[in-house]
Design a protein around this ligand. Structure first.
Ligand code: HEM
Length: 499
């Protein structure tokens, strides 16, 4: 009996201790006079996450609530603290001008125990700089031109799948396009990054896609996830991993087998892996290891697959709802291809300027990556204030909220590619449109993703008219459980063959 009393007393003391620590933690913004929403114990400001709201909706609501009242606000993401930047000049300072204070994202990686986590997106300091310098030459426009035919080959298979979907579709509801396009994006990345024929288009259950999707998920519950991000050095000492073992093993095996095969047989292919093998063999002073190659190919897959696929499927959705835009885009495609004597080349693609506007407007309205993240690596005094962003503080740039701010984009829910005419662009602050982030840590895959999406669009629109059906959601519902913007219930559209 006495033992239970002591046990109960100890538990009560521990819980009270935790309560005091959390109370202190949750007074951080108030003590500094920085506007914020009142936090709730354990949840901070994230109570609605996954219940009624997505992460980006929570951030957007805070942005709209405090815009005009403050240039930055405080956030409690469970037990973590973050500063949300509302002012575009401060956005510019964080991403570009004062980059040296915000050079990392503060996302956990563990090179030793979880080698695929040590990829470009997560790396920091010198390790990131060296890797970025090595990888940048693999994304030049010359390299894109080199890979162009490989992507066109995959897009040809996409047309086969669309033809089947078209012929089989006898209902009034149409086909689910988010899935068809995701299979295309998986095959493009599988083929161009890993040199594999993934067959996801022909076999929707392909292991590759399953592993790619699992590669987004942390192996831990949110509390442990929050802990490893808050105390990365301790987590590394404890050998904690981010990714599931089967995901790591799958990618390590695929890359090792393919690299070994290519090196043995001297096979050359027009893809990223070829360029990475060249890097491995040419840089004798600091050659890339098999684990490093795997980590980079892995992030090209995880960072490139869902982003490109969702952008393309949201674009088709908007084209179905905006037939005039679709017609204008098709006219441009036909006009450019006629000038190129019907040959679809890299140069022809780059002449499709209206398509560029349509893609920009899609990326604005459905900002797939809703926030850009940074962590302060040293104390930063916010210009013209006495507020300090302390070393270790997370900083959130709310891309999606900025893209929906009526001050920069009037009637933000209207899809209008003319927002990206050169006159309109000049009128806006350069930080008002950042679908790929900005500064030294801007997305490395911009050219590649645009190429994947544009090739898909040219192939589809040349052959089909895209139409909405009774099952097409207007407005689209986003999945509130995902960090990135994707459709919750699928994108149902139908096709009409163009003769
Ligand atoms: C529509 C498609 C895409 C979108 C919207 C997108 C968006 C972004 C954003 C917002 C960032 C963060 C930038 C920042 O923090 O300032 C990022 C980083 C990154 N993206 Fe993309 N991305 C796309 C496609 C791709 C593709 C196809 C690849 C690779 C093949 C890729 C690889 C990366 C990598 C490696 C980083 C980290 C860069 C670094 O820290 O040095 N992304 N992307």
């Amino acid at each position: 009996m006495e033992f239970f009393k002591i046990l109960l007393y100890t538990i009560a003391c521990i819980l009270f201790g935790i309560y005091l620590v959390l109370r202190k933690r949750y007074s951080y913004w108030a003590e500094r006079g920085i506007l914020h929403d009142k936090p709730e114990l354990i949840f901070g400001n994230m109570k609605e996450l996954g219940r009624t709201k997505s992460a980006f909706k929570i951030v957007q609501d805070l942005y709209m609530k405090y815009k005009g009242k403050a240039n930055y606000i405080g956030l409690y993401s469970y037990i973590q603290r973050a500063l949300i930047v509302l002012d575009l000049e401060l956005v510019k300072n964080v991403l570009i001008k004062d980059y040296e204070y915000f050079s990392t994202r503060g996302i956990y990686y563990n090179e030793k125990d979880d080698p695929i986590s040590a990829h470009l997106f997560n790396l920091d300091y010198e390790k990131w700089r060296i890797m970025r310098i090595k990888l940048t030459p693999t994304f030049t426009s010359g390299k894109m031109k080199f890979m162009f035919p490989t992507v066109v080959d995959v897009a040809t298979q996409l047309l086969d799948v669309m033809r089947d979907a078209h012929e089989l579709d006898t209902s009034k509801t149409g086909s689910e396009f988010a899935n068809i396009i995701a299979r295309y994006a998986v095959d493009v990345i599988g083929s161009v990054v890993f040199g594999l024929s993934c067959n996801s288009l022909k076999d929707p259950g392909a292991e590759f896609r399953a592993m790619g999707e699992k590669g987004f998920r942390c192996r831990h519950i949110w509390l442990v996830h929050s802990f490893i991000n808050s105390y990365p050095d301790l987590a590394r000492k404890l050998g904690m991993k981010f990714y599931f073992d089967d995901v790591s093993e799958f990618f390590l095996r695929i890359v090792r087998e393919t690299v070994t095969y290519r090196e043995k047989t001297g096979t050359q292919r027009k893809d990223f892996l070829n360029l990475l093998i060249d890097l491995k063999n040419s840089d004798t002073a600091d050659p890339m290891t098999m684990e490093q190659i795997t980590a980079q190919t892995f992030v090209f897959f995880t960072a490139g697959f869902e982003t490109s696929s969702c952008t393309l499927s949201f674009c088709l959705y908007e084209l179905a709802l905006n037939q005039m835009v679709q017609n204008k885009l098709r006219e441009e495609i036909m006009e450019v291809l006629t000038r190129y004597e019907g040959k679809f080349t890299y140069e022809a693609m780059n002449e499709m300027k209206y398509m560029e506007k349509v893609l920009n407007e899609t990326s604005r309205k459905h900002s797939i990556v809703p926030c850009s993240l940074r962590k302060a690596v040293k104390d930063y005094v916010i210009p013209n204030t006495n507020h300090v962003i302390e070393k270790g503080m997370n900083v959130v740039i709310p891309l999606d909220a900025i893209h929906h701010d009526p001050e920069y984009f009037p009637n933000p829910e209207v899809f209008d590619p003319e927002r990206f005419s050169s006159t309109e662009v000049k009128k806006r602050h350069p930080m008002a449109f950042l679908p790929f982030g900005d500064g030294p840590r801007i997305c490395i895959g911009i050219r590649f993703s645009k190429m994947t999406i544009m090739i898909g669009l040219v192939m589809i629109l040349q052959n089909y008219r895209i139409l909405p059906t009774i099952k097409t959601e207007v407005p689209i519902q986003y999945d509130i459980h995902k960090y990135m913007k994707s459709s919750r219930n699928g994108i149902y559209l139908k096709t009409e063959k163009i003769s």
